[in-house]
Design a binder for this molecule. Structure first.
Ligand code: ADP
Ligand code: ZN
Ligand code: ZN
Length: 812
């Protein structure tokens, strides 16, 4: 029979069995080289004539663990994204299922008299130990090669039992947390208390910024504070150190509030009628639900799910990042309670496996989760929802490099389910699909409850950044006068403000004024970001760190300038500008704990925060009616990236963050600071004009041709050796071109090649990177070239890798 193994080899393997071959989807243990591995039966294979085939060691399941539709999806994924089937399956299934070390043996009887010596040794080893023992450990201690023949023979005679056990979890996990014990509202008191204790002050500020508490290990580890600093805060009564139970699943603990009883608006009703009717179609075409921010898309999803469940079918809901969308998840929980399994990164592998089994057996019928929830084992699938379908996090960045939105469409089609992709700012791919009739377009053009979209105004940074003389008194040169007075007004009225800057850290780079040298990462060709709290320079790609310098590494000058604004600096300026305001910062540095996001967001929800500032994290899906002002500190971060999606991302980010304002009866305003007020992405965001943006951007992508007009395959060649990377890229593109010509001669489309060239990030994690890309209108023609590269092209000897990325979301 044919077995897929999770190895980077583009083929499956054939093994023999004595009994009738197990059904596809069953796990088997097979010999591979000098090892034993878990694999998946994927077909009958042709055992007939091949000699020297090895038999499987054991069949691990009584029936197929993997439903046939998931196996089919994996096959499609492996084929399209050019990944080995075993790797695709491993990505799709709970880790427990591909872990050999989870197999345990226990004694169940006495040793028969006719036992062979090897069986006796195994029996003795089991008897001398206590309780069930791991097969992997026994195998190592016995040192007599594979013990599976003995296991099988003893098991068949009732001498021992064999079970697969998910990893055990400690009953309660705790962690040490430093928590603010006394809030310091008074600036003078703050001065008096900290005096020259600079580090204590910084640690306290980090606690404040992180929503009131931080894990001790984080503070003393990545935070760079000594334990003495924390003790100092304790001695002053400002902080306490407590053992806190680690919340495994915050969604399980939050009592599901009774769902609000909402009457759908006419627009929601129309959309609902269309999607619910599709439940009764045979293979319904997917829907694109284009609803402006605050138009009530979630209610459409929920009512559609309800209709599907009422018909005895199941449902799958994908959201970009669970941690960032607690509100959306709670709404689903409020409606469907125990019928839902929420799959998120906070689950242990045992819990993940439990959830998987509950979905597999039908105990739960709705799966909600991020990207990988796509593979939830749901039979009778009726609905697949992809919320915020434009979000880049749906693309997996390592093999298999699948796009969950695109696979969701495939999966829904295969299982005859209704697929709804929703967004206020659809991806151009989906928009294009809607315009050629592949997707059915549904619109929610207005906000619910008569709320209006916020007024958006642009503040031209070129005119506000005057000389020193006309610098505004407050806000430094960072917050313009208009923004400062708009915030003042909100603070007076006890309303809330969101400030966005999509760059973390204090200063984006450190440059010597004498010689112009910029501090760079040792492993990557990017500048290091200065983090003030920790006094360190950090690489945001590989996390390399070093102490912040006091003099230039090249010429020794002490004249260093710290440039490029980050969220830490905005926080400092905001604190100084609005001394009475309660400020929370949300970015990668303040959300180290798994549920830090949730704690910060619930403080905002309870009205304990006046100003929430952060990176793109705060632009997603938040629904706070008291937020009446959104300020974008600098809209231009990212707009110049050498990537064909840079404008699209800027437009999406600005529109999404603007969409957080004025969601309640209070209305709202948005102020965007930019040096590029004429840029079409900025202008379209100002006028809430998605369609205008899409039209312009589709035009921009015609010359040179980019998706959605064509499909791309990006090939990144990397090596620690710069020349090897370059030479391999040349050789690989030559190979790809020959394949392209061959394909065209056989009547296919001619696949174009572009490059090779050094990748925009030329060095990453110590590897030099070259890339080229191939483009074609036909996915099939592109697939032939991609598979040729994966299966038939052999790179030269040495440490050099080829990464194939189909439908890439970024070319960096
Ligand atoms: P979107 O995801 O489209 O931005 P949401 O689904 O978050 O919008 O809905 C925005 C707000 O409007 C939520 O607070 C929701 O409870 C509310 N809402 C949605 N539909 C209705 C309705 N028909 N009547 C009243 N309120 C509604
Ligand atoms: Zn780096
Ligand atoms: Zn210098």
């Amino acid at each position: 029979m044919e077995v897929a193994l999770p190895l980077p080899i583009y083929r499956t393997f054939t093994y023999t069995t004595s009994a009738p071959a197990p059904a596809p989807g069953t796990r088997v243990l097979v010999p591979f080289r000098r090892d034993e591995r878990i694999g998946w039966v994927v077909g009958a294979g042709e055992e007939g004539d091949i000699r020297g085939l090895k038999p499987v060691i054991d069949v691990l399941d009584d029936g197929p663990t993997v439903p046939s539709h998931i196996l089919g999806l994996c096959r499609w994924m492996a084929e399209y994204y050019v990944a080995p089937l075993g790797i695709a399956m491993r990505a799709a299934l709970p880790a427990v299922l591909s872990d050999v070390s989870r197999d345990y043996l226990a004694l169940g009887g006495s040793l028969p008299a006719d036992a062979r010596p090897r069986e006796r040794r195994l029996f003795d080893a089991l008897e001398s130990g206590r309780g069930p023992q791991r097969v992997a450990t026994l195998r190592r201690t016995l040192g007599m090669g594979s013990i599976w023949p003995e296991i099988r023979s003893l098991r068949d005679r009732g001498v021992l039992t064999h079970t697969t056990v998910p990893p055990s979890e400690p009953a309660v996990k705790t962690r040490r947390v430093v928590r603010i014990a006394r809030v310091l509202e008074d600036l003078q008191e703050r001065e008096a208390l900290f005096g020259r204790a600079r580090r204590q002050r910084e640690a306290f500020e980090l606690l404040e910024a992180s929503g009131g508490d931080v894990e001790l290990a984080h503070l003393t580890g990545e935070g760079g504070f000594s334990r003495a600093v924390v003790s100092g805060l304790e001695a002053k009564g400002l902080a306490t150190v407590v053992d806190e139970e680690v919340m495994r699943d915050p969604f399980a603990d939050i009592p599901a509030a009774a769902p609000p009883d909402l009457t759908p608006t006419p627009a929601q009703r129309a959309a609902l009628a269309a999607v619910v009717a599709a439940l009764d179609e045979d293979h319904p075409a997917p829907f694109l639900l284009h609803g402006v921010t605050g138009s009530g898309k979630t209610l459409v999803y929920i009512e559609l799910l309800r209709a599907a469940l009422a018909r005895g079918r199941t449902a799958l809901v994908l959201v970009p990042e669970i941690a960032l969308t607690p509100q959306t998840v709670s709404r689903f929980r409020a409606h469907f309670g125990d019928r839902i399994a929420v799959l998120h990164s906070g689950l242990s592998s045992g819990e993940r496996y439990d959830a998987w089994r509950q979905l597999r057996s039908g105990v739960r019928q709705v799966a909600v989760g991020a990207r990988s929830a796509l593979f939830a084992p749901l039979d009778g699938l009726g609905v697949v929802v992809v919320d915020e379908e434009h979000d880049g996090s749906y693309k997996q960045s390592e093999a298999p490099r699948y796009h969950a939105r695109d696979l969701a469409v495939m999966r829904a089609h295969a299982q005859g389910a209704v697929c709804v992709l929703g967004s206020a700012t659809p991806s151009l791919e989906s928009w294009h699909n809607a315009s050629i009739g592949k997707f059915r377009l549904l619109r929610l053009p207005d906000r619910v409850g008569g709320a209006r979209l916020p007024d958006v105004r642009v503040i031209d940074l070129r005119t506000t950044r005057g000389g020193e003389a006309d610098r505004p008194a407050r806000g430094g040169s960072v917050l313009s006068e208009s923004l400062v007075s708009a915030v003042d007004a909100r603070l007076r009225r006890r309303e809330q403000v969101i400030l966005l800057l999509n760059r973390r850290g204090y200063s984006a780079f450190v440059q010597c004024r004498e010689c112009g040298e910029v501090e760079r990462c040792e492993n990557c060709s990017v500048s290091l970001t200065y983090h003030r709290v920790t006094q360190r320079l950090v690489c945001h790609h590989c996390r390399y760190e070093e102490e912040a310098p006091t003099r230039c590494g090249r010429c020794g000058s002490r004249d260093l300038s710290f440039r490029g604004l980050g969220t830490e600096q905005v926080e400092r300026i905001t604190t100084e500008t609005f001394p009475g305001a309660r400020i929370a910062r949300m970015d990668v540095d303040t959300t180290s704990g798994k549920w830090a996001h949730q704690r910060i967001l619930s403080r905002v929800e309870r009205g304990e925060v006046d100003i929430l500032l952060g990176t793109q994290m705060i632009a997603k899906g938040l629904d706070f009616p008291r937020v009446t002002l959104v300020g974008v500190v600098n809209a231009d971060v990212g707009i110049h990236l050498p990537d064909f999606r840079a404008s699209e991302r800027t437009f999406q980010l600005l529109s999404q963050v603007a969409g957080r304002a004025g969601r309640g009866v209070l209305g709202g305003d948005v102020l965007i600071q930019t040096a590029l007020p004429e840029h079409y992405a900025v202008r379209a965001a100002v006028s809430h004009d998605f369609e205008g943006f899409a039209e312009r951007e589709l035009d921009e992508r015609k010359k040179p041709r980019y998706p959605p007009h064509v499909r791309l395959l990006n090939v990144v060649v990397s090596s620690p050796d710069q020349r090897l990377a370059a030479e391999t890229a040349e050789a690989a593109i030559a190979f790809a071109r020959r394949r392209a010509v061959r394909g065209a001669k056989a009547g296919g489309e001619m696949v174009e090649s572009v490059g090779p060239a050094p990748a925009p990030i030329e060095r990453l994690h110590g590897r030099w990177r070259w890339h080229f890309f191939m483009r074609a209108r036909s996915p099939a023609a592109l697939g032939v070239v991609a598979r040729g590269l994966a299966e038939d092209y052999s790179p030269p000897a040495g440490d050099v890798r080829l990464a194939l990325d189909r439908d890439p979301v970024a070319l960096l």
